[in-house]
Design a protein around this ligand. Structure first.
Ligand code: NAP
Length: 252
């Protein structure tokens, strides 16, 4: 094991899964850039990391915007350290049935998930290649297998899986791995918003989801953080191009 202090960027880390991943990587000894649309919204995650003795930097950026990504990655490299761990977690949902889905709902989901993961990976890969070490972890979803009302999101999350496998093929010889985590139902503001949209109290919604899950509970952000911690670790260098379903069973 190397004693090098690594720097990670976690996108969409103001809350939810991203916040849990950022805190976990900091516990693992990494310096963490907590990136979200609004830098101020990152304050809670940054404070939690600092209170636990870690080092973190709040970074405001839109992962779907090329200039914003370039500026953010540059800021991390100069103010924190060269980023060699990237967790592409930022995400949005714009659910609708196909016949009602607007072009804007389609495009905005593609932009955050796919263009965002592409721009962030492209901007950070040179640091990984220079350091002959890199870990890219992309958030897919069980929705990649199809989910009613999510033709945009499921297409983006399936796209993330192909993107991940190709990154692993291109970057492997530079010591860079790329893997995807495909969560099932995780209790966050994203799933709370879905419950609200379909008009079901969140507690009832979670109970109904848990009834369909083999381990008989819904997931927590820490379940995903645990898997991200493994994939980002020095010892996981021979695991690449994989999609790990973290869903309490073989599927959602
Ligand atoms: P969340 O609670 O909605 O958090 C997502 C975060 O991403 C928010 O802080 C959001 O910022 C940020 N974000 C959105 N667009 C962004 C952009 N363009 N640039 C930078 N940051 C942006 O979601 P979550 O449930 O933690 O989900 C995290 C990831 O896991 C997503 O990729 C999601 O698709 C995936 N996932 C979640 C579940 C689940 O059950 N929750 C299941 C499978 C996969 P704002 O608050 O400013 O919008």
């Amino acid at each position: 094991m190397s004693s090098t202090v690594r720097t990670a960027i976690v996108t969409g880390a103001a809350r939810g899964i991203g916040a849990a991943v950022a805190k976990r990587l900091a516990q693992d000894g990494l310096q963490v850039a907590v990136l979200d649309l609004d830098a101020d919204a990152c304050a809670d995650t940054v404070s939690a990391i600092e209170a636990a003795g870690g080092k973190a930097l709040a970074v405001g950026a839109n992962v779907a915007d090329e200039e914003s990504v370039a500026a953010a990655v540059e800021k991390v490299a100069t103010e924190l350290g060269e980023p060699t761990v990237l967790i592409n977690n930022a995400g949005i949902t714009r659910d609708n049935l196909l016949f009602k889905m607007t072009v804007d709902e389609w495009d905005s989901v593609m932009a955050v998930h796919l263009r965002g993961a592409f721009l962030m990976s492209r901007a950070t890969q040179k640091y990984m290649v220079d350091n002959k070490f890199g870990r890219i972890v992309n958030l897919s979803s069980t929705s990649a297998q199809g989910n009613r009302g999510q033709v945009n999101y499921s297409a983006a999350k399936a796209g993330i899986q192909g993107f991940t496998k190709t990154l692993s093929i291109e970057l492997g010889k530079f010591g860079v791995t790329a893997n995807a985590i495909a969560p099932g139902f995780i209790e966050t503001e994203m799933t709370a918003a879905t419950a609200e949209r379909v008009g079901v109290p969140f507690e009832d919604y979670k109970k109904a989801a848990a009834a369909q899950i083999p381990v008989a509970r819904v997931g927590k952000p820490d379940d995903i953080a645990h898997t991200a911690s493994f994939l980002a670790s020095e010892g996981a260098g021979f695991v690449s191009g994989q999609v790990i379903y973290v869903a309490g069973g073989p599927k959602d």
